[in-house]
Design a protein around this ligand. Structure first.
Ligand code: ATP
Length: 268
C-alpha cells in the first residue's frame, strides 16, 4: 500500500484509566461518540440521529487530545489509524492523492475505525487564493472522500482531528466535525489527579504532598507534569547509580591496597 510510509496502525493500549482529571469530558464523549457506535442500529435509523463522522478535539498542546482519541477507539472497540499529515502536505510528494484514497479505503476495510489526524489545521486550514495548487487539490480530494463516509449510513468510520488552533480550520471542515470538545489546561485539582496517576506505580516517598506539588505547577500541561516526574525519577536513579559506583570503587581501592601490603610483606 502506498500509504504504509505515511500512517501508523496502532496496537492501541490506551484506556480511560490512563487519563486523569477529564472525567466530565470522557462522559460527554461516551454519550456523543461512543454510545452511537455501540448502539448503531438505534442511531443510524434516522438522518437526524446519525452518529457523528467527524470529531474535533481542540486545546493547548500536551493536555491529552491524543490520549483521548486512543482511549475512545479502545472503549468503542474500533481500529485506530494515526495519520501523519506531514507527508500529505508535502507538495513534492507526487503520491499524496493515492495515499489519501488508500487511507480511506483501509479505514473502511477496518471499520469500525477512527482515523486520527493530529494538527489537522496544518493541512485543512482556511483556503486562500495563495494555496499551492497541489495543496488545494489535496484538500478538495480529502473532503470528497470524507463526504463519501458521511453519506454512507452503513459506514462506521470517524475522522477525529486534534488542533491547538481551531480558528485556523477551514469552515467547511468545521461543519464536517459536528462533535467538538475542548480539552483544557489542567486546573489545580486536575493537576493533582494527573500527578497521582503518573506516580501511581513509581517508588515515591510515603508522605508525598500532591496538593502542594499541584499548586506549585500552575500553568503546567499534563505533558509538562509527565516530564517533571520523569526528570525527578531520573535524578533519583542517577543518585543511586553514583552511590553504588562509589561503593564499588572504594571496595576495589581497598582490595588493591590489601594486595599492595601483601607484596611489600613478601619483598621484606
Ligand atoms: P499535542 O497537542 O502536542 O499533540 P496532546 O494534547 O495530544 O498534545 P497527548 O499527546 O495526549 O497531548 O499527551 C502527552 C502526554 O502528556 C501523555 O502521553 C501523558 O503522559 C501526559 N498527559 C497529558 N494529559 C494527561 C491527562 N489528562 N492524564 C494523564 N496524562 C496526561
Amino acid at each position: 500500500i502506498v500509504g504504509l510510509k505515511c500512517f501508523f496502525l496502532f496496537v492501541n493500549n490506551v484506556n480511560w484509566k490512563d487519563i486523569a482529571g477529564l472525567d466530565h469530558l470522557i462522559n460527554e464523549l461516551r454519550e456523543t461518540v461512543i454510545l452511537p457506535i455501540q448502539k448503531r442500529e438505534l442511531f443510524a435509523d434516522s438522518r437526524l440521529t446519525q452518529p457523528p463522522k467527524g470529531v474535533l478535539l481542540h486545546g493547548p498542546p500536551g493536555c491529552g487530545k491524543t490520549l483521548i482519541a486512543k482511549a475512545t477507539a479502545k472503549e468503542a472497540n474500533m481500529s485506530f489509524i494515526n495519520l501523519d499529515v506531514s507527508l500529505l502536505t508535502d507538495k513534492w510528494y507526487g503520491e499524496t492523492q493515492k495515499l489519501a484514497a488508500a487511507v480511506f479505503s483501509l479505514a473502511v476495510k477496518l471499520q469500525p475505525c477512527i482515523v486520527f489526524i493530529d494538527e489537522i489545521e496544518s493541512f485543512l486550514r482556511t483556503r486562500t487564493a495563495h494555496d499551492h495548487e497541489a495543496t488545494a487539490m489535496m484538500k478538495t480530494q480529502f473532503m470528497s472522500l470524507w463526504d463519501g463516509l458521511i453519506t454512507d449510513n452503513t459506514c462506521n468510520v470517524i475522522i477525529m482531528g486534534a488542533t491547538n488552533r481551531p480558528q485556523d480550520l477551514d469552515k467547511a471542515i468545521q461543519r464536517r466535525m459536528p462533535a467538538t470538545f475542548h480539552v483544557p489546561m489542567p486546573n489545580l485539582q486536575q493537576r493533582e489527579h494527573i500527578l497521582q496517576l503518573i506516580l501511581k506505580s513509581e517508588p515515591t516517598a510515603d508522605d508525598i504532598d500532591y496538593a502542594r506539588l499541584a499548586s506549585s505547577t500552575d500553568g503546567f500541561s499534563g505533558s509538562d507534569l509527565h516530564e517533571l516526574c520523569r526528570q525527578a525519577a531520573v535524578y533519583r536513579v542517577r543518585d543511586l547509580a553514583r552511590e553504588e559506583l562509589q561503593r564499588e570503587q572504594s571496595k576495589t581501592n581497598n582490595t588493591n591496597s590489601d594486595s599492595d601490603e601483601e607484596y611489600c610483606d613478601a619483598v621484606r
